[in-house]
Design a protein around this ligand. Sequence first.
Ligand SMILES: NC(=O)C1=CN([C@@H]2O[C@H](COP(=O)(O)OP(=O)(O)OC[C@H]3O[C@@H](n4cnc5c(N)ncnc54)[C@H](O)[C@@H]3O)[C@@H](O)[C@H]2O)C=CC1
Ligand SMILES: CC(=O)C(=O)O
Ligand SMILES: [Mg+2]
Length: 603
Amino acid sequence: MWNLVRFAASSLSRSRRFSTAIPGPCIVHKRGADILHDPWFNKDTGFPLTERDRLGLRGLLPPRVISFEQQYERFMNSYRSLEKNTMGQPDKVVSLAKWRILNRLHDRNETLYYRVLIDNIREFAPIIYTPTVGLVCQNYSGLFRRPRGMYFSAKDKGEMMSMIYNWPSPQVDMIVLTDGSRILGLGDLGVQGIGIPIGKLDMYVAAAGINPQRILPVMLDVGTNNERLLKDRLYLGLRQPRLEGEEYLSVVDEFMEAVFTRWPKAIVQFEDFQMKWAFETLQRYRKKFCMFNDDIQGTAGVALAGLLGAVRAQGRPLSDFVNQKIVVVGAGSAGLGILNMAVQAVARMAGCSQTAAKSQFFLIDKDGLVTTERSNLDPAATPFAKNPREIEGLTEGAPLIDVVKKVKPHALLGLSGVGGVFNDEVLKAMRESVSTKPAIFAMSNPTMNAECTAVDAFKHAGENIVFASGSPFENVDLGNGKVGHVNQANNMYLFPGIGLGALLSGARLITDGMLNAASECLASYMTEEDIQKGILYPSVDSIRHLTAEVGAAVLLEAVAEGLAEGHNDVGPKELEQMSKEETVEYVRGNMWNSVYNPLVHEK
Ligand SMILES: NC(=O)C1=CN([C@@H]2O[C@H](COP(=O)(O)OP(=O)(O)OC[C@H]3O[C@@H](n4cnc5c(N)ncnc54)[C@H](O)[C@@H]3O)[C@@H](O)[C@H]2O)C=CC1
Ligand SMILES: CC(=O)C(=O)O
Ligand SMILES: [Mg+2]
């Protein structure tokens, strides 16, 4: 099952016929200044003279034509100047200044913006994604200049079916939806959470090559329970408490019906919903619509791949995963999503029941170790609650430090949203781990919410750990030329491929099998040499390459499950006939590339 499937890039010959990525003319229904003000079509000074004539642009731009490459260079020079000019200023000031300059380009010229992003993804991901996107959400009402995406509020009830037609793009492939109730580890940020769908979809364009004209970030504003925002006169969302119960669900239902009526083949990614709605909406829609919850399912796949990497790092066969003791700190959508997937993996590998597979896992929340003795035990956490009779020396609510000392886990995973929970004492206790390479994953975002820093992890838990964090940290200099490698355990390694694979398969649902295939692909992506260096995930630089493989794995599974209905003019029969290599090439060939297409005006 976990055989190391690396799809070799092979001859393009047969698969080229499937490619839609050859730059062709792009139809535009506007002329003149309207084009310059439309970031989808705008090329700024890059419009060739013939195109200026054809599109009524002559005289609206300075006479010199600047090439795409020169525009790229000019932007990067401005960016480097900004870096120089802000040197020494507080991190937050610098990060926001960087986000602003990128956002201005995004607002003006999407083709150039995405070229810059794709080519510099490792440098820019921390700006457009975690951690800076968290800061942007916190300050969104003040930073707001131009709207991006769509906003559906509780006040729009009964209107959504017609509102969805206000979106200017005729086709939408990928939607990321939030209600702003749990933005990273920052809590309820109400309408300001729109920054998250925007950032996630930027990653879709950069990593999965989804056409930016076919993405749609959506905010479902059902109010906020954040007192500070409710009191803020400049807050841009509804100043009312969050809808609850059936009232809440009826808003989400109406939105989902509206989306799939207009775009039956779209995919909706639920993002950063508070736990109760994350699980409830996943159960409610996953058999009806093509959707998934990234925090529950995407995160689980990434964590599982990392845990399997940690088994390999110990020099153990993957089958040893069934014997690994794992402590998960945080019983929310992310922590429970991971446990669900990891337990299923153990049950499959060991050929045992899920009940038996749970014995190696320990779950901790804000009240300590979760056991069956807990009053008001959340139903989603119940399957992972320990029977006190089976955990000698530990009782209900035992603190993290006691659990770590007693269990001596192979892996300690943080999904609590609380910075510093893995304190010095907890990290030092990990030195007694039964593993030769204990895994410490501080997965909470943004950086200040990480359960520990990379430096502290290596300092207190020892140099032989494998470390991962949700937001990026620098590698740690361990002295004597040794480096403590910092992995980024973030769902960005999977969600773009899950969306892309589902899209190109034309499946109407995203199944557990498709999600498992994505996780297996990520797990098998790393070479033995990488793993021995403690490298569990690829560099962000190779995210586009990885995503093509993940997308292909998802697509192949959809075909195997008989769910693939095909995409555009490639039908299910053609998908079935493709080999693995051809599938990867097909996926790669369908990725959008940011180049200036010739614009052709049509009324
Ligand atoms: N790296 C990644 O790819 C991802 C990271 N995350 C991060 O995981 C964190 C949690 O996300 P959700 O599960 O959706 O949140 P959630 O709010 O649903 O769950 C948080 C859980 O942490 C527990 N908790 C709070 N304080 C604690 C403490 N002091 N000790 C132990 N447990 C404590 C709570 O009881 C709750 O069970 C967030 O910071 C989020 O950014 C989430 C998804 C993906
Ligand atoms: C990465 C992510 O999805 C989160 O922190 O919520
Ligand atoms: Mg999230």
